[in-house]
Design a protein around this ligand. Structure first.
Ligand SMILES: [Zn+2]
Length: 221
C-alpha cells in the first residue's frame, strides 16, 4: 500500500520538475520503480543479494533518501531573494551569515561532502531576510556538486538577484571521497571562496570580512 502512495507522489513531482538552468535541463526523470531497480543493481554490484530480507526495503528507502539529498533540483535559489526590505535606516555595512552547515554530494563519486558556508554581502539600500541566505546555500548544496562550482553559484546568484555592492562566500568542507577512498586522508578540509564587487576591489572590506569569518576550523560531521 505505502508503495502505491509513494509512487503517486513521485509521479506528481515528475510533471512539476522544471529545468532551472542549463545543467539541470531536459532530463526525463525516471519512475521510482526504475530508480529502485537501479539500487538493486548497485547492491548486487557491491556483492550482496538484493533479495535477502534485510535489503528488501532498501531500494525504496534509498529512492526516498535521494529525494532529500537532491531536493535542490526542485528549488530555484533566486526565488528566495525576491523579497527584500528597504527600511534599513541607512545600514550599509557588511551583512554576514556565518557557519551555515550544509550537506552536499560530490558529483564525481556521489559521496557526501559536508561543511560550512559563510555568506556576506554589502547592501545596496535593500536587505533580505537572513534565513534566505541559508536557503540559497541549501538549494545549491542539495545537488550533485563540486565545491568550487557551488561556491561560485551561491555568490553569483546573490550578486545577480540582490545587486548588492559586493558579495563574499567562503565554503569549508570535508570530502568523504578523500577520506573513505582514494588517498584516504581524513581531517583535511577544502576551502573555497568567491569575492565580488567591494570584497574583491577594496582590500579593507576584504580584510574586515575575513576577520569576521575567523577561520576557526572544526569538524563538520
Ligand atoms: Zn569525489
Amino acid at each position: 500500500m505505502s508503495d502505491v502512495k509513494n509512487l503517486s507522489v513521485v509521479d506528481s513531482n515528475r510533471h512539476k520538475h522544471k529545468p532551472l538552468d542549463n545543467e539541470t535541463a531536459a532530463v526525463e526523470k525516471p519512475s521510482k520503480e526504475e530508480a529502485e531497480s537501479a539500487v538493486r543493481t548497485l547492491i548486487a554490484w557491491a556483492g550482496d543479494d538484493p533479495s535477502r530480507e534485510g535489503l528488501l526495503e532498501t531500494p525504496d528507502r534509498v529512492a526516498r533518501a535521494y529525494g532529500e539529498f537532491f531536493k535542490g533540483y526542485e528549488l530555484d535559489p533566486s526565488d528566495y531573494l525576491a523579497k527584500t526590505f528597504e527600511e534599513t535606516y541607512g545600514y550599509d555595512e557588511i551583512v554576514l551569515l556565518k557557519d551555515i552547515r550544509f550537506e552536499s554530494h560530490c558529483e564525481h563519486h556521489m559521496v557526501p561532502f559536508i561543511g560550512k558556508a559563510h555568506v556576506a554581502y554589502l547592501p545596496n539600500r535593500r536587505v533580505v531576510g537572513i534565513s534566505k541566505l541559508a536557503r540559497v546555500v541549501d538549494a545549491f548544496s542539495k545537488r550533485l556538486q563540486i565545491q568550487e562550482k557551488m561556491t561560485a553559484q551561491i555568490a553569483n546568484t546573490i550578486d545577480e538577484v540582490l545587486e548588492p555592492r559586493g558579495v563574499a562566500v567562503v565554503v569549508e568542507a570535508a570530502h568523504q571521497c578523500m577520506t573513505m577512498r582514494g588517498v584516504h586522508k581524513p581531517g583535511v578540509s577544502l576551502v573555497t571562496s568567491r569575492l565580488l564587487g567591494a570584497f574583491r576591489d577594496d582590500p579593507s572590506t576584504r580584510r574586515e570580512f575575513l576577520s569576521m569569518v575567523d577561520h576557526s576550523g572544526g569538524s563538520y560531521s
